[in-house]
Ligand binder design. Structure first.
Ligand code: ADP
Length: 694
């Protein structure tokens, strides 16, 4: 299967509006991705922190619960160890230990089932004191807790209630009631715990330092806050229940940390965007590489296809730029010219140098002449100097932007065709020569046959006359009389005359036959005629390796038979080319000149053919225009004589001119034709004022 030819369509031009729209879309997309990434990063961070806060809060509550549980157990232990004999004694020792261990306890009381105070212990270190008179009558919350503890035989916390401290200050406390029971009586131990101190002292110090912590009742009443006075940022706030036996409080923790910063978010977003960008560009690169590989593969296939096609061609292909330097040649071109491709690339096409002196330069490639189907002919020169004719077809090379960058051409070597044409021409010439010879032979036979009889008769009559005359001068007695002899002699002479007249008639008959051929007359521009025969003359010159110079001056008219004049001129040029056979090729030059000429007070058109050949030998000079005179082995010797007849029949003259230096000049003078209403007959012209011959 053939690879697909490259798509000639050029990529569509994108309008500025489309590009702007595309850029805006890309910017929007990037901004959206960045915004979403920042938001996601912040949200993630917020969740993280919230979860961390919740975990820290739960840890803190667990620690608090641990400390409270320890206090509960210690108070339970004290209650358990009460000595019925001296209840207060043991109580005081245990309560003092507990107060020392738990800094949030302000007082521990031992009361009986009626609520009457049996013993009380206060801390020894400085803590807010609860005045004894404040504890005269138990409040509702305490009573309820005490009652519950005794009822359910377990530790119970009272709802928080307010106590005023010295200095007008007050705070919320909760009483922890633990029942005691001896055989004699029962009651409960009450440990009064300051809630603000509980937060300050029992929560882990690190946790407390980093948060604003408040304690809230289930109805939302604030009961305590840490004394540090820290204000939370309000961004990360969690509330966790602090479940105590008998009461449930809420620990509200407000972190000091602010919203996630934009810069780290941006950094994270940039990082994500970068990664996304990298990933997408990697993807694009991969796709691009795949496409490129596919395109390269297609290109390689096309190149191989093109190379095979070029190699199989017998037509030479070449391309060259506008400066005339070859940029490409195919193998057939190299084979034709004998050069290697490397030697041709960058050089000018190997065109054979023009024939010196020609008026018109030969067509050169790149003139846009051979762009049609006709092409044009040029002469190329092989590496070994041999010239050969070539037919060139050209097309302009246009680049993507529509600019011409050079020419592409194909070349056909028509040397072989020319050789065949030349062979045909020569064979034709030979055939014509043979035909002429045959005709001459026939004419000669007929003539000899016709002339033979009168000549034979003349000879026999002449012999008879001779014998009669001999008898006359030798007197013989038996001789006839003289009168009879004279009669016989006269009769013989008459017959001789009549026979010679008959021979003359035969010859006149032949002349009349030859002259019967009519000359077709028409006005002929001599320059056009010369240009018409120029290719044939060039062929003749090329055959003898001679340079050809054509100098045509003006366009004078003559009147005559075009074909006959052409034949006469071609005969002269062939003679000139042949005459240069013996001289070195570089000196061979055939010149054809034409122009107006004035001689013997008449206007003529003169066409001369000069060569630099062997010239005419002095002894051959007088016979030059004689029929059948030739110095060539295969010559007929009728060219010059026929040409002269033709030219003279046109009222002109063919002559050999004298010249200094080597070679010969043959010139033709033809009367100048002026188109006039009354034209004189050519025959008449012939007899008029012919210039004197050489
Ligand atoms: P042919 O060419 O067949 O010999 P032509 O009549 O054309 O017959 O020429 C006769 C002879 O004249 C030639 O054989 C040659 O010797 C001589 N001749 C003709 N033209 C030239 C010339 N240009 N230079 C020298 N000799 C010439």
């Amino acid at each position: 299967m053939f690879p697909k030819p490259p798509d000639p369509a050029r990529p569509a031009q994108r309008s500025p509006t489309r590009i702007g729209l595309l850029a805006a879309l890309v910017v929007l997309f990037v901004v959206a991705v960045l915004g979403a990434t920042v938001w996601l990063a912040a949200d993630y961070q917020r969740n993280e922190r919230e979860e961390a806060l919740m975990a820290a809060t739960e840890t803190a509550i667990a620690a608090l619960r641990g400390r409270l549980g320890a206090a509960e157990r210690a108070l339970g232990q004290i209650a358990h160890e009460i000595d019925p004999a001296a209840p207060a004694a043991r109580f005081e020792a245990g309560a003092a230990r507990l107060l020392a261990d738990d800094p949030s306890l302000l007082r521990i009381e031992m009361r009986n089932s009626d609520g009457a105070l049996i013993a009380a212990a206060d801390p020894v270190d400085p803590r807010p004191r609860i005045a004894a008179d404040q504890r005269g009558t138990l409040g509702f919350e305490t009573t309820l807790a005490k009652h519950s503890a005794m009822t359910f035989s377990r530790a119970v916390y009272s709802r928080p209630y307010y106590v005023s401290a010295s200095g007008g200050l007050g705070f919320e406390v909760t009483d922890l009631a633990v029942p005691w029971d001896t055989a004699a009586e029962s009651g409960s131990l009450l440990a009064i715990r300051s809630l603000p101190r509980m937060l300050d002292r029992l929560l882990p110090a690190d946790f407390e330092r980093a948060h604003q912590i408040t304690l809230i009742e289930s109805d939302g009443t604030l009961v305590a806050r840490t004394s540090s006075g820290l204000i939370g940022a309000g961004v990360y706030v969690v509330s966790a229940p602090l479940e105590l036996p008998g009461v449930t409080l809420l620990l509200r923790v407000n972190s000091l940390e602010r919203s996630p910063g934009l810069v780290p978010g941006m950094l994270a977003a940039s990082l994500v965007a970068l990664v996304l960008g990298l990933a997408s560009s990697g993807l694009l690169l991969w796709r691009d590489t795949r496409r490129r590989l596919a395109a390269e593969q297609a290109l390689r296939e096309q190149q191989a296809f093109r190379k095979a096609m070029e190699d199989s061609l017998v037509t030479g292909l070449y391309a060259y730029d506008l400066e005339g330097r070859i940029t490409y040649v195919n193998p057939a071109f190299c084979e034709m010219t004998g050069y290697r491709a490397e030697a041709l690339l960058g050089a000018a096409p190997p065109i054979a140098p023009a024939d010196t002196g020609t008026d018109e330069p030969p067509h050169r490639p790149g003139q846009g002449i051979g762009t049609g189907r006709q092409g044009f002919e040029i002469e190329l020169q092989r590496r070994d100097g041999e010239r050969f004719p070539a037919l060139v077809f050209e097309a302009a090379l246009i680049d993507e932007s529509g600019r011409q960058t050079g020419w592409m051409g194909s070349i056909l070597d028509i040397g072989e065709r020319r050789r065949v044409e030349e062979l045909n021409r020569r064979q034709q010439e030979k055939l014509q020569a043979h035909a002429r010879m045959a005709m001459l032979g026939e004419v000669a036979t007929a003539l000899s046959h016709e002339l033979n009889q009168p000549l034979a008769a003349i000879t026999s009559y002449a012999t008879a006359c001779e014998n009669l005359l001999l008898e006359d001068f030798e007197p013989d007695p038996r001789a006839r009389d003289r009168a009879a002899q004279r009669t016989i002699l006269r009769s013989a002479l008459e017959r001789i005359r009549s026979q010679s007249e008959r021979a003359g008639q035969v010859i006149h008959g032949v002349q009349a036959f030859v002259r019967r051929r009519r000359i077709e007359r028409e006005p002929i521009a001599i320059d056009a005629l010369l240009r018409d025969i120029e290719p044939l003359v060039r062929l003749q010159a090329r055959k003898w390796n001679a340079q050809l110079v054509f100098r045509i001056d003006g366009s004078p008219l003559v009147c005559g038979d075009r074909t006959m004049l052409e034949q006469a001129l071609l005969n002269l040029t062939r003679n000139g080319a042949e005459a240069m056979d013996g001289i070195p090729p570089l000196q061979r030059m055939l010149t054809v000149e034409s122009g107006a000429h004035r001689e013997a007070e008449r206007d003529w058109v003169r066409v001369s053919v000069s060569d630099l050949g062997c010239g005419v030998a002095p002894e051959a000079e007088p016979q030059l225009f004689q029929p059948f005179f030739t110095t060539k082995p295969e010559g007929l010797g009728i060219g010059l004589s026929l040409s002269r007849s033709v030219i003279e029949a046109h009222g002109g003259q063919l002559r050999r001119e004298r010249r200094d230096g080597p070679g010969s000049v043959f010139s033709i003078l033809l009367p100048l034709h002026r188109p006039a209403p009354a034209r004189r007959e050519m025959a008449g012209l012939a007899s008029e004022a012919l210039p004197p011959g050489p």
